[in-house]
Write a protein that binds this ligand. Sequence first.
Ligand code: HEC
Length: 215
Amino acid sequence: MAFGDALVKALIGDGPLLTLPGWRPALLMLTSGFAGLLPATAGRADPPDFHHAPLSAASLENPYHGQASAAQAGRELYAVHCAACHGRSAEGTGNIPALARGPVQNVADGEVFWFITKGSNSGAMPSWASLPAQQRWQLVTYLKTLVDAPMVAPAPVAAPMTPLTAPPPPAPFTDFRFEVPGAVHKIALSDLPAPFATSSAGNAPTIVARPADAC
Ligand code: HEC
């Protein structure tokens, strides 16, 4: 109650009012109730308001919260609808914000859902109200799984090496297995295959009759 006391002093001073029995507890209740509201207000102020989402948006409940199958569905939807602008790993592109970090990861699922549904006032972020609500929640569920994900997908693991068994190319040609730094290979015109002598030379496109049902 020390904080409440301080607040009472700050509000009304240490005047004779406080000496009246009965007043002080009532004031304390009033001020501690008020003090109880403060952290909640501060909580909403930091992070700052998410695109002016109404308070009711934050209380919308994500029916799929934490469900892996919904996150997987959302991941596929994300690749189709969102990755072009927000980046494949939701890392952001140009001046389009990242979704894997930043405000999206700090606000309620319902606020993200609300914004995806509505889009930005400027129109730069389209409204996705045309997607069924179920899909919008799946997108939110997926985005919320990204918070600890690496920003860039890890490089694919190299395929195990299979030893090359092809014979060495005929001289003067060579390949990477036999090249050594500084060695020069002189390839003359006469070493090259004759024009149109390769197996694919006759593989030109052919013209076929127009199908009867072509429009
Ligand atoms: C045409 C490009 C484009 C596409 C496609 C797009 N967005 Fe956006 N998005 C934006 C832009 C631009 C902003 C920033 C809008 C602003 O702050 O005014 C944004 C902002 C957001 C934000 C708020 C981010 C923040 O930190 O404030 C979310 C969430 C979001 N988009 C989700 C999505 C989802 C989910 C999809 C796919 C369904 C999607 N976006 C598709 C361009 C796009």
